[in-house]
Write a new protein. Structure first.
Length: 193
């Protein structure tokens, strides 16, 4: 929600995200990343953007997503003739020219448009999607087991259990953000002797 209380449909779409939904990330004129939602939206405090985000309220929606960067990201503007017929009249992710829309944060795509984007990404889509799904299901299974172990503990109280479960979920969010922002591990080990 905006700081003035007005609703923005693009933020409202975040509440509709379901685990397993595919997310195409448009950045710097290209679809550089695809992702798969790992959970429904939850309320969260606004991240510290410095001076940016002044028009946002202090609390909003957070959707946890596992991302995979594409090695050959398509540029929609180069394919706008096949994309344009599939753009919705309302809440479109792109302009009819293929340029991005600054106001679009997250929107729902018609199936036909998603299929065109999948074709543009090519074989890499299927491989990336399979890797993302495998990672998400492993992540969810491990998370479920860890949460059950925490809930089963008798040496700590309910408040501590709740805090531990929330912190474990936060680690998953942190991991997803690191994967998105880092190309490789920053820890350089010395060569083996």
């Amino acid at each position: 929600m905006r700081a003035d209380g007005a609703r923005n449909q693009f933020y409202e779409y975040m509440r509709e995200v379901e685990p397993g939904d595919v997310i195409f990330s448009f950045y710097e004129t290209q679809i550089k990343v695809i992702g798969v939602a790992v959970a429904q939206a939850e309320t969260a405090p606004k991240p510290d953007f410095g001076n940016a985000g002044a028009n946002w309220s202090n609390e909003g929606w957070l959707v946890r997503v596992e991302f995979k960067e594409l090695s050959t990201p398509p540029r929609p503007k180069d394919h706008i003739d096949i994309i344009r017929p599939h753009l919705p009249d309302k809440y479109a992710p792109l302009q009819k020219t293929g340029d991005g829309l600054q106001s679009v944060y997250l929107t729902e795509l018609p199936i036909s448009l998603a299929n065109v984007l999948i074709q543009l990404i090519g074989d890499e889509y299927q491989l990336s999607f399979a890797l993302l799904q495998a990672g998400i299901y492993d992540f969810e299974e491990i998370n479920d087991k860890n949460e059950e172990a925490i809930k089963g503990r008798v040496d700590i109280g309910p408040t501590t259990k709740d805090q531990l479960v929330k912190s474990r979920r936060g680690q998953g969010i942190f991991k997803a953000n690191v994967r998105l922002n880092e190309k490789r591990c920053r820890v350089d080990l010395p060569p083996a002797i």
